[in-house]
Write a protein of this length. Structure first.
Length: 125
């Protein structure tokens, strides 16, 4: 029971950190966020908010899409904000973050890779 409470507290802290970063980058936050901890990974699934791609218009200058450039900058900014927050919460280094969007449902997913097994760490501390 204690382990379950510790894991719930961990996922709540990770969810709040993610929401803070989303608000700072996009100005809004998702209606629903689910956080899963699996070994040395954290999976964040966000529903009900415009994605970075949807939140900006499409224009091009000299053949390069401003939309694409801004999306890349916002993703990098989100990751730069999220990495230290996650590392501070879990006590491990974030080695990478991968982002994806489900076109059909609009759900956004962040896959955070860590240098330690936090599932084991928090289930047995």
């Amino acid at each position: 029971m204690k382990e379950k409470c510790m894991m719930q507290e961990l996922t709540n802290q990770l969810k709040e950190a993610y929401l803070q970063c989303e608000r700072e980058v996009l100005g809004v936050h998702p209606q629903e966020v689910e956080v899963r901890v699996i070994k040395n990974h954290i999976v964040i699934i966000a529903k009900g908010t415009p994605t970075i791609e949807q939140s900006i218009s499409v224009h091009a200058i000299r053949g390069r899409s401003i939309h694409q450039t801004i999306c890349e900058m916002d993703r990098e900014r989100l990751q730069a904000l999220l990495k230290p927050k996650v590392a501070s919460i879990v006590g491990c280094d974030v080695t990478s973050i991968q982002s994806d969007i489900c076109i059909g449902t609009g759900e956004k997913m962040e896959l955070i890779h860590l240098d330690c097994d936090i599932e084991n760490k928090f289930m047995h501390d």
